[in-house]
Design a protein around this ligand. Structure first.
Ligand code: ADP
Ligand code: ZN
Length: 615
């Protein structure tokens, strides 16, 4: 037997709780962390499914520190590895990364440390780990565990398949007695089964954490005036520390949006799969280190966003499934502080996404699944009931119910915060559909609304649409309300939009029963949103600039981070700084009692922090 695969002999007496407190400065485990940590510390393997921000890292970091030998962590992104290593070193953990970008000399140094038994955690890229040379080295060393982060990369079902991950199956065969822990935020059952099969975890337990992220305020709005809505969002979060992410449906849109934001005086970046590897890495780095930075990205930007203080995530286009939306918005508020997710979408998005599914070359079964996911996403966007409840159901979680059996409103989505008014929209829908039919299914929503509102535009005159019986029958509703009716008819499937053409509205079969009066249609009255949420503007509870002490601590942290060229949050997270600012500790002991202040950080920064507080 290779010594790397030695059974745990129980001689090492690392206790998970004392490691958690001493090294990480945390008072207790969250959710299922403790269960996972104990299982792995005892030598067990498994799969952890937790949402982004759920606290997956501790699930392998703590047992690695409790067990003898080095913990090997597979991670798909160099930027992610480096930030994790930097954070661990700040906490006094001997950690290093091994990947293709490392200069020869540094790689040799890391290997020397590894062989000397000086490392507790080693982050490795999958291609590097699966080299025979690396595996042969590990055969000779005591290994605490293998952790496979972002484990869904092993599955071809997901959108993040990485061929290098396939080779990781070798670990099960080669190190059968060493614990292997796979971790992912993807809960899709097919992907989960694929991970288990590929990584030899079919007999190992699956630890599924709760998927709710109650600190994220969820909101979906029709996209009316994109730039104005974006400005309103920026105003709402102005002055808060932390970053923002804008997900865009196309590469061009990421660049245009970033450029526009820079014109508005924002620190904005673009990221998409078409960029050079080096540029992507640089964008990642700037995002990790920037203070109030905004990333405009396609869904290619995801893994490796380790910042705990992303305060908001905006989607400018409709995501293709609730799963991807949830994963993307989950990047906000990992620190547990209030965060905000806003989705802007239009009828065109819905139609375009549907056309894409229909025209894709995927197998019929795959198409059916994608169609279902998309319709679930549309339903969430158009929902008149709690959005969080709908989302959680997509993850197989039943939202809490009261004694009468109805869903308890989450209180932190726009529907719960200001319930939309519903009205019987049957007549409005009939008017709109008949305007579409009478104008010959050749016009977009703008012209159809002009006809309904009885506006004698040039186009109306040109086509003599003022002579139609539908001309002017819709004066009772505003333009925005009519666009809302049209969008909801698209969502309902009664209208299609010829997005690839000129955006003409085209009635479908589902329009017939509505026109014949056989189907009653309840519609939401789209309330034009007056900027702020119910909580009075700012994201309540997030550390605000304005508290002079918090600001001073941030300034100190910025200088410290720059001097060490690490992201600011690895020194102390915002949350910790905010607690320090509130508690105003006067001694090292008092400072050490604040969550997030472990021993090493206390030794390193305690005196400096107390000095900032005294000044
Ligand atoms: P994930 O990898 O699942 O997205 P992380 O491991 O990055 O999540 O953890 C998210 C955030 O939660 C981090 O800022 C981390 O410091 C914090 N965290 C995790 N576990 C705990 C805990 N037990 N107590 C306090 N904070 C925690
Ligand atoms: Zn809700």
């Amino acid at each position: 037997m290779a010594s790397g695969d030695m059974p745990y002999d129980g001689r090492f007496d690392g206790d998970p709780f004392s490691v958690l407190a001493r090294v990480f400065g945390h008072a207790g485990f969250r959710g299922r962390q403790e269960e996972v940590v104990r299982h792995v510390a005892d030598g067990g393997s498994g799969l952890v499914l937790m949402p982004t921000g759920g606290g997956k890292s501790l699930c392998y970091q703590v047992p690695a520190l409790c067990r003898p030998g080095v913990g090997i962590v597979v991670s798909p992104l160099i930027a992610l590895m480096e930030d994790q290593v930097a954070a661990l070193r700040q906490q006094g953990v001997a950690a290093a990364a091994l990947h293709s970008d490392l200069p020869e000399g540094e790689a040799r140094k890391v290997l020397a440390e590894l062989h000397a038994g000086d490392l507790k955690l080693l982050y490795v890229s999958p291609e590097r780990l699966t080299l025979e040379g690396t595996l042969a080295r590990l055969d000779t060393l005591p290994i605490a565990l293998f952790a496979v982060d972002e484990a869904h990369c092993v599955s071809q079902w997901g959108h993040h398949f990485r061929p290098e991950y396939r080779g990781l199956g070798v670990l099960a065969a080669r190190f059968p007695r060493t614990p292997r822990l796979a971790l992912t935020a993807t809960a899709d059952p097919r992907t989960v089964e694929d991970i288990r099969a590929q990584l030899g975890l079919s007999d190992a337990p699956v630890f599924r954490g709760g998927f709710d992220r109650p600190n994220i305020r969820i909101e979906a709005r029709p996209r009316e005036q994109e730039r104005a809505q974006l400005r309103a969002l920026l105003r709402e979060h102005a002055g808060a520390s932390g970053a923002g992410i804008i997900y865009c449906g196309s590469r061009a849109r990421t660049e245009q949006t970033a450029e526009w934001l820079r014109g508005e005086g924002q620190d904005a970046l673009a990221f998409h799969a078409g960029m050079e590897a080096a540029d992507k890495r640089e964008a990642h780095r700037r995002f990790a280190r920037g203070d109030a930075v905004i990333m405009c990205a396609t869904i290619a930007f995801g893994m490796g966003i380790d910042r705990p203080d992303v305060r908001w995530v905006l989607h400018l286009d409709l995501p293709r499934s609730p799963e991807s939306w949830y994963q993307e918005i989950g990047r906000a508020g990992r620190d547990g502080l209030p965060a905000h997710a806003l989705l802007l979408y239009g009828a065109g998005d819905i139609a375009l996404a549907r056309h894409r599914v229909e025209e894709s070359s995927a197998a019929p079964e795959q198409k059916r699944i994608e169609r279902q996911r998309l319709e679930a996403m549309v339903a969430i966007a158009e929902s008149a009931t709690c959005r969080r409840a709908l989302l959680l159901r997509c993850f197989g979680e039943e939202p809490p119910q009261d004694s009468a059996g109805s869903v308890v409103p989450c209180g932190n989505c726009d529907v719960c915060l200001s319930p939309p008014r519903l009205f019987d929209g049957t007549v409005a829908a009939q008017k709109l559909l008949s305007a579409v039919l009478r104008t010959g299914r050749r016009f977009g929503v703008g012209h159809v609304v002009d006809v309904l509102r009885g506006r004698l535009t040039e186009k109306v005159a040109q086509f003599a649409h003022d002579r139609l019986p539908t001309f002017g029958v819709g004066k009772d509703l505003s333009d925005a309300a009519w666009r809302g009716v049209a969008r909801q008819l698209v969502a309902h499937g009664a209208l299609d939009v010829a997005v690839e053409n000129h955006g003409e509205l085209v009635p479908t079969e589902a329009a017939r029963p509505i026109l014949r009066g056989e189907e009653k249609l309840m519609l939401r009255a789209d309330v034009a949103r007056q900027a702020a949420p119910s909580r009075g503007g700012r994201v309540g509870g997030a550390p605000a600039s304005g508290d002079p002490l918090f600001e001073k601590l941030r300034e100190w942290r910025r200088a410290e981070a720059q001097a060490q060229s690490v992201p600011a949050y690895v020194i102390f997270q915002d949350r910790t700084l905010a607690e320090i600012a509130t508690a105003r500790p006067r001694s090292l002991d008092q400072l050490g009692a604040i969550p997030g202040v472990g021993r090493t950080k206390l030794e390193r920064y305690g005196t400096a922090v107390l000095k900032v507080l005294q000044d």
